[in-house]
Design a protein around this ligand. Structure first.
Ligand code: AMP
Ligand code: ZN
Length: 473
């Protein structure tokens, strides 16, 4: 087994070999949300891709230690807390909470740690790193009292993004009054306090202020995972300046290679443009839940396209996700009915799903193979499948579902629903189609869906629009 990933740093597909001498442990850092509002599903495309990556590595026997940071202090969080008239901590707490709920709904495995930038020990680590960079001549305090990274002193600056330094322009994340900087591309490590920051400041050797966004990730990654890590992920918009800056800071301090594999996912698009807060073309997970879609349907829609290919968000895509999961559900039901007990007498020796993912997470090939096998085994079921073989297919699926996390949660219909469903069976036996349809509607209005399959009537939980989002009807 050889796993290969595209490394943004080299722009090449490389064989994956972790730092761990035993070759089992993998340290992974993933840039998390800025908690000033609900994350949109573009953000979640990045997090779902990272989840697929982690789950696949685990399926291949690695132990993954993953850290995801929460950016809870920056211009946007400060602005948000001021306009909400709430202390910063209180303002961001609600969005942290919402983020964790969304992570669960999308079946993303929780990270081992969610460090927040404002925690004391991380602020201390940030200050220590900045002091070190200054002592090495890699940073300086400018007249505006802020501290900047001196990019001309870091020869590798621009390597990740394949950028020529002379092309650099200031970016939105950097304060605009930067006439004090030596180079337009020098980025802030420490931002001196100003009136707009209100109550938000920390003491530092350079006076009151707050950390810049990039140093937050370098300090949190190094504190929790060490100076060298295996994989660092984010969306492509993170490559520059954020990840470029992380390399300059971390490697500037340690002199070691900070990250072995940089992996970035392409954007989720809407009508050809990046889904983003600033363009206003975004949907939150909650928006989709309130339209009646489930977490796993959104998960499917976000995962199904290769992570390095742009993915267009469409309602047809959401319907396709629903249908694809419906096919899996029907197939599993048939297998379960054909395998009434737990005795596994056979094993399906088929690794192609995982082999496809070994090759830079080729999810399209992996899903293609899954549906091919579903078709094949459905044909076998048509002609009669032995319980042992059906059980073996279920075992095969279990391994795959560890990676995909697509399986429907079992939810027993309440007595009222089973009674309606039983009446519907009777109506159909009496060929009373009108009554059968009325009963289907009645069941649907109570949040359940009836499907007629070869094995009989099947009930799935299908919350009515608004019900899932907790919006009262
Ligand atoms: P932010 O909260 O803007 O720092 O973004 C959090 C994560 O979501 C980062 O890894 C971004 O690269 C990623 N991201 C933001 N917008 C999109 C999008 N439209 N498609 C995919 N990833 C995105
Ligand atoms: Zn980051």
């Amino acid at each position: 087994m050889t796993i290969r990933f595209f490394n943004t740093y080299s722009r090449e597909i490389e064989e994956f070999r972790p730092l761990d001498p035993a070759g089992r442990k993998v340290k992974m850092y993933t840039c998390g949300p800025t908690v000033y509002s609900h994350a949109h599903i573009g953000n979640f495309r990045a997090y779902v891709f990272e989840d697929l990556l982690q789950r696949h590595l685990e399926a291949r026997g690695y132990t993954v230690e993953r850290v995801m940071n929460l950016t809870d202090v920056d211009d946007k969080t400060i602005r948000g807390s001021r306009s909400a008239h709430l202390p910063l901590r209180e303002f961001t707490a609600q969005f942290k909470e919402a983020f964790f709920q969304d992570v669960e709904t999308l079946r993303i495995k929780p990270a081992d740690a969610y460090p927040a930038a404002t925690e004391d020990r991380f602020v201390r680590a940030m200050i220590a790193m900045i002091e070190k960079l200054i002592s090495l001549g890699l940073a300086y305090q400018a007249e505006d009292k802020s501290v900047y990274y001196r990019i001309n002193r870091f020869p590798n600056y621009g390597h990740l993004a394949h950028f020529d330094l002379s092309e650099l322009r200031p970016t939105g994340r950097v304060k605009s009054d930067e006439y004090d900087k030596e180079h337009v591309g020098d980025f802030a490590l420490w931002k001196a306090w100003n009136a707009e920051d209100g109550e938000v400041w920390w003491e530092s050797p350079w006076g009151r202020g707050r950390p810049g966004w990039h140093i937050e990730c370098s300090a949190m990654a190094t504190t929790l995972l060490g100076e060298e890590i295996d994989i660092h992920c984010g969306g492509v918009d993170n490559i520059f300046p954020h990840h470029e800056a992380e390399i300059a800071q971390s490697e500037g301090c340690s002199g070691k290679t900070f990250v072995r594999y940089w992996m970035h996912c392409a954007h989720l698009l809407v009508d050809g443009q990046k889904m983003s807060k600033s363009l206003g073309n975004f949907y939150t997970l909650r928006d989709l839940l309130s339209k009646g879609y489930s977490g796993r349907e959104v998960r499917y829609a976000l995962i199904r396209v290769h992570y390095r290919a742009p993915l267009n968000f469409t309602w047809e895509g959401m319907e396709e996700a629903r249908q694809a999961l419906g096919r899996i559900d029907d197939w599993l039901l048939r297998l379960q009915q054909a395998a009434p007990n737990d005795n596994a007498t056979e094993k399906i020796e088929d690794d192609k799903f995982f082999v496809a993912l070994d090759e830079d997470l080729n999810i399209s090939a992996a899903l293609g193979h899954l549906f091919e096998q579903i078709r094949e085994s459905n044909r076998e079921l048509d002609t009669g499948m032995s319980p042992g073989r059906a059980r073996a297919w279920l075992g095969w699926w279990e391994r795959i579902n560890q990676v995909l996390a697509f399986e429907a949660e079992e939810e027993k219909p309440p007595a009222e629903i089973t009674a309606l469903a039983e009446q519907r069976v009777q109506a159909r036996l009496a060929r009373n189609w009108q009554k059968s349809d009325e009963l289907r509607d009645a069941i649907q209005s109570r949040g359940w869906e009836v499907r007629d399959t070869k094995e009989g009537q099947m009930l799935t939980r299908r919350p009515a629009p608004n019900e899932r989002a907790g919006i009262p009807a």
